[in-house]
Design a protein around this ligand. Sequence first.
Ligand SMILES: Nc1ncnc2c1ncn2[C@@H]1O[C@H](COP(=O)(O)OP(=O)(O)OP(=O)(O)O)[C@@H](O)[C@H]1O
Length: 241
Amino acid sequence: MHLQAVHKTYGTARQAVTALDGVTVDFPSGTFTAVMGPSGSGKSTLLHCAAGLDRVTGGSVIIDGRDLGTLGQTELTLLRRERVGFVFQAFNLVSALTAEQNVSLPLRLAGRRVESAEVRQALAEVGLSGRAGHRPSQLSGGEQQRVAIARALITRPAVVFADEPTGALDIKTSRHVLGLLRDLVTRHELAVIMVTHDPVAASYADRVLFLADGKLIEEVPGPVTPEDVAARMAGLEASAS
Ligand SMILES: Nc1ncnc2c1ncn2[C@@H]1O[C@H](COP(=O)(O)OP(=O)(O)OP(=O)(O)O)[C@@H](O)[C@H]1O
């Protein structure tokens, strides 16, 4: 997927806030990208615009060769449903449904036939074969996030957006989830775009993008050490304050 000269302004006239100011970046298949930057630098806005959850005010977002700005609301919803996966900090599983039912939900929403074998295979890929019948409350945080990852992958998306996916997990569980994401990127030729504040999480990525004031100011190819990421963030935060 690709962002070309993306601008996003909230509000109008004197109230206007420029959240993204001309961001051009490619997110190739098979690449795990971490997005970092000080608070207010535009990370969430980048994620929302790139995922088609919010419209850009300038430039274009291309997924699967299609410019999201040219799509009507229905087409956009369909493209998002079929080609984009989401993983959130708070897992966002449906508490009344089992792991298996949660994973199959995107297929049901898309009106597709649900093959039980396909859903079981997705759960096996995240190491949860034995938990298919459990509800979220019967699973640990790490297990819930792995169900959410299986759910994000079930439609075979081109791109997965992860918003602080380890923000609610302890260190050991975080490492497990990040290692899993890392493997899935390679295995499924996915583009994963992860917003994070955690330098250790960022170090699992193939490259780290740094935003400041809505601009992409640095693109650091991996492998990146957590110390290097932390040092760059400290520099950015010092100049932002
Ligand atoms: N709905 C909105 N209306 C007006 N301004 C907004 C809106 N959403 C974000 N902004 C502004 O856009 C800028 C970028 O915000 P954004 O949430 O993308 O930053 P962020 O890097 O994700 O921050 P954080 O790390 O604190 O979550 C900020 O100045 C913010 O105040």
